[in-house]
Design a protein around this ligand. Structure first.
Ligand code: SF4
Length: 879
């Protein structure tokens, strides 16, 4: 390691320079010293440098944080973090300021009358005891009355240990699956496809492939703006590697397109047709990898003609119940299903010239070309997003271009720990930690074993007829995000709590979900919001808990390449702001008061290992708490740490396997080591490790290319393959998909089906939404940093120049954008930061006063339930 983890820099010169920086920072942000380092520091002037990871996007750049007298004075890139190698984008360069902007919440707030919701008025300051008692009382009443009417909206910005504790409270303590993360809005389609194809949720490749590929294909990903540090790496490879090319498949010309070698502008939603045409081309031209197919793949097809959720009954409809069904077919059947997808047919649907699709197909067809596909929200936020994820894997798997250096299909993430928390520790409505799911009995038994719960505790309890009643335990998936807010809008949720997100700005169809019109739902629901600054969500809260942000507590994030990185606590939170995890446990202690599990106090059983009853506080400091939580979470990925868990992992009692007609029993083994995590200390001693992390000769080593055999020390998956795969020892370079059923990932035929709405006479434009470099998500942090906000202060409607001129618009004119769902007024522009084709417009969601999600449709992917933020049809009128 190049830099000691906690470097105390003593010396008058450094201290003076740092002290000068405090003044500079304070004057820039207008904060006072109380706002920054409340109660910390004093005397000495020592500079303390700690390691951390950026709090914004899923790239997960490592940073070094220097604090003087309890105030952060500098944040620079961490060259020892392998995900970013010292690089940061403009957001990362201004990380320090996000703690010190005006308006930081430092006291609990209580709203005494729900009539004031939606405004800045009506919240009063309170002490923690009053706020905690109020929230706990409301939650307990709602839980006891009907637990289907409580919900928690969690986040891909919630550190791993916090997410684990919250999930344990909600699922193990309250026996409720009504918890779902905001990652439902960005990653759910990728998650479902990973599980469908590989039976494991995360990629096989890593960021190093950006240095190795011969050809990059971006599918619905504006990496220049949304994943800038990775895009720099892609461009560096292009600049340094002779002949390296980049194809950009997109619905509009972005900054990413401008530096690509070939841009394929497609009609919104037509990507599945293009991908099917490429797959057909590969088969028709004998350009598939026959050996790879025979050794590794199984072919399937699934339910088709899915329709769309035009009303709230979709999930329970005949088609809604079977959207995820699949059947095995032969390779020939798969090829036959692709028959309609000629290059010409795909061109007709997409508008992309035949020659361009063919050129891309030929690239995949070349066995000597290493192709690396990258995608993000353009693929995931799609009414057939799961299918499009499948289709990208299909192309890569058919050609054997997967899980090898420079060859792979990589789903980028938008949030810093969508992988680490939302996915790894089970904050989805259908998940438990480490890829386990609630509706699998063996998975529930394993979870009970780790959590010391009695066998069967998590099951649904039988009703009078002996049939388990859904929702009584957690054997049935809870409400997904859109269902939570649909139910709230109808007055069917009594208690909603959110943390690390800003739902009132980021959900689609806010016209409905903010209770415009009938004032139902959101005004009746008791709403709790954990926040650091006022947001639109706090305007609708009954109670606001002021929260420590970023390095005001210790935590860990898991980024898109599966790298887990600890960020150390660098400074104290201001005023009375507290750690999110502290609020979960304070509420859990109150709500579970008097509850017993198997004759033991429920709270003590679940959380006694980190909570001191007498002190009514954590058992130690942040590090001790995080380590204790990590040690327990780690059992999920190291089952031998606990015999009861390991017995279920290995099905030693022969309860979960299958018995053949001849009586031979085949046990069901969970392969929990497949996501193996290292001890907490190993992360403290490093600058991030990518899982599975394997212990070899006393050292904990990352895996970069999962399922690919080769030396573990070089990042290959040698230990995993030894444990679960086909032994590739004799031939490094082999692949064994050891998590997949039968060791074979699935190629699933997924056709083109049209968007829910197509432009028509009433709504003639496509409205595509996304983000741009300087502002991140709802702007609740970046909007407070002058260097960022002054660069991109306004959320424009970007229009095609001809459409713009045809309407007689001038730069900055206000226009009304109206969809089937609602209306938003925006300033129009034909600036070329985003160049829209005719009939397409683009908007960003960072501005609270220009709330584009009032108009964005509520249509979601029927399988993943992820909303389609990319294809709302609208009309545009001068305001
Ligand atoms: Fe890196 Fe993303 Fe942070 Fe920029 S916003 S510094 S790319 S993690």
């Amino acid at each position: 390691m190049d830099l000691s983890r906690r470097q105390f820099v003593k010396g008058s010169a450094v201290a003076m320079a740092s002290a000068a920086a405090v003044g500079t920072l304070a004057s820039l942000t207008g904060c006072d010293t109380q706002g920054g380092g409340g109660g910390v520091g004093g005397g000495g002037g020592d500079a303390v440098t700690t390691t951390a990871v950026c709090r914004y996007c899923g790239v997960g750049c490592g940073v070094l944080v220097t604090a003087v007298n309890g105030t952060i004075t500098e944040v620079i890139g961490d060259a020892s973090n392998e995900s970013s190698r010292g690089a940061q984008c403009v957001k990362g360069m201004h990380l320090a300021q996000l703690l010190y902007a005006d308006g930081r919440l430092t006291k609990p707030l209580i709203r005494d009358s729900s009539a004031t919701k939606g405004s800045d008025d009506g919240l009063r300051e309170a002490e923690w005891e009053e706020a905690l008692d109020l929230v706990a009382g409301k939650l307990k009443d709602a839980w006891k009355a009907d637990k289907s009417r409580i919900a928690f909206w969690a986040s891909g910005q919630m550190p791993i240990c916090e997410g684990y504790v919250l999930s344990k409270f909600w699922k193990g303590g309250l026996l409720s699956n009504n918890i779902d993360p905001n990652a439902r809005l960005c990653m759910a389609s990728a998650v479902v496809a990973f599980m469908n194809v590989f039976q494991t949720d995360e990629p096989a490749n890593c960021y190093d492939d950006l240095d190795e590929a011969d050809v990059f294909v971006t599918w619905g990903a504006n990496m220049y703006e949304a994943h800038p540090v990775l895009y720099s790496r892609l461009e560096a490879r292009k600049n340094n590697g002779p002949g390296v090319k980049h194809y950009d498949i997109t619905t509009l010309t972005t900054q990413t397109s401008k530096s690509a070698d070939k841009v394929l502008i497609m009609a919104p939603g037509s990507d599945n047709a293009i991908a099917c045409a490429i797959a057909k081309y590969l088969i028709d031209n004998n350009a598939v990898d026959q050996e790879f197919i025979a050794a590794h793949l199984v072919f399937k097809q699934g339910t088709e003609n899915l329709g769309n959720n035009f009303d709230d009954t979709y999930d329970g409809s005949d088609i809604g119940k079977i959207v995820g069904d699949v059947q095995v077919i032969s390779f020939d059947d798969y090829a036959a299903r692709l028959e309609p997808y000629t290059l010409e047919h795909a061109s007709e649907i997409s508008g992309v010239p035949v020659a361009d699709i063919e050129e891309l197909a030929k690239t995949f067809a070349d066995p000597n070309t290493k192709v690396f596909s990258l995608w993000t929200m353009g693929v995931n936020q799609h009414n057939r997003g799961v299918w499009m994820n499948h289709n990208i894997y299909n192309i890569h798997l058919l050609t054997g271009k997967y899980a090898k250096p420079g060859c792979g299909a990589f789903s980028l993430t938008g949030q810093p720990t969508a992988c680490g928390t939302a996915r790894e520790v089970g904050t989805f409505a259908h998940r438990l930690p480490a890829d386990l799911v609630v509706n699998n009995g063996q998975h529930r038994r394993f979870t009970e074993a780790v959590w010391d719960l009695p066998t069967g505790y998590l099951d649904d309890t039988p009703g009078p007829d002996g049939t388990p009643v859904p929702g009584t335990g957690i054997a049935t998936a809870g409400k997904h995000t859109i269902r939570i807010f649909q139910d709230m809008s109808k007055g069917n949720i009594d208690f909603l709590w959110s943390a690390c997100n800003n739902w009132a700005q980021s959900l689609p169809n806010l016209t409905r979900f903010l209770g415009k019109g009938d004032q139902k739902g959101i005004f009746d629901t008791f709403i709790v919001v954990n926040e650091c600054y006022p947001t639109l969500s706090t305007k609708y809260a009954d109670v606001v808990f002021p929260i420590a942000m970023w390095v005001e507590r210790e935590g860990a994030f898991g980024n898109a390449e599966r790298r887990t990185t600890i960020f150390e606590k660098a400074v104290d939170p201001p005023g009375d702001a507290k750690w999110d995890m502290w609020t979960y446990l304070q509420i859990a202690r109150r709500v579970l008061d008097g509850e017993q599990i198997d004759g033991q106090d429920a709270f003590d059983l679940l959380f006694g290992f980190i909570w001191d009853r007498e002190a009514d506080d954590f058992i130690g400091d942040d590090r001790e708490v995080c380590k204790a939580v990590w040690d327990e979470y780690r059992i999920f990925t190291n089952p031998t740490m606990k015999k009861a868990a390991d017995d279920i992992n290995n099905d030693v009692e022969e309860k979960f396997g299958t018995t053949a007609e001849d009586g031979t029993y085949t046990p069901s083994k969970l392969k929990m080591f497949a996501k193996q995590m290292a001890p907490y200390e190993a992360y403290l001693d490093s600058h991030g490790l990518t899982w599975p992390v394997r212990e070899v000769n006393g050292q904990w080593l990352s895996t970069k290319w999962r399922f690919s055999d080769g030396p573990q020390a070089e990042g290959y998956d040698e230990e995993g393959i030894k444990m679960y795969g086909k032994d590739g020892k004799a031939g490094y370079g082999g692949i064994s998909f050891y998590k997949s059923a039968g060791l074979k990932p699935s190629v699933v035929f997924r056709p083109y089906e049209p968007p829910a709405y197509m432009p028509d006479a009433q709504y003639p434009f496509w409205f595509v939404t996304g983000r741009l470099l300087e502002q991140w998500h709802t702007g609740s942090n970046t909007g407070r940093i002058p260097e960022l906000n002054n660069t991109l202060p306004d959320s424009f409607l970007y229009m095609n120049a001809k459409d713009f001129d045809g309407m007689g618009l001038k730069e900055g004119d206000e226009v009304k954008v109206t969809s089937h769902y609602g209306t938003v007024t925006l300033m129009a522009t034909k600036q070329e930061r985003v160049i829209c084709p005719p009939g397409v417009c683009f908007g960003t969601f960072f501005e609270e006063d220009r709330l584009i999600n009032l108009a964005v449709e509520e249509i979601y992917d029927p399988i993943s339930k992820e909303p389609d933020y990319k294809k709302t049809t609208v009309k545009i009128e001068k305001a």
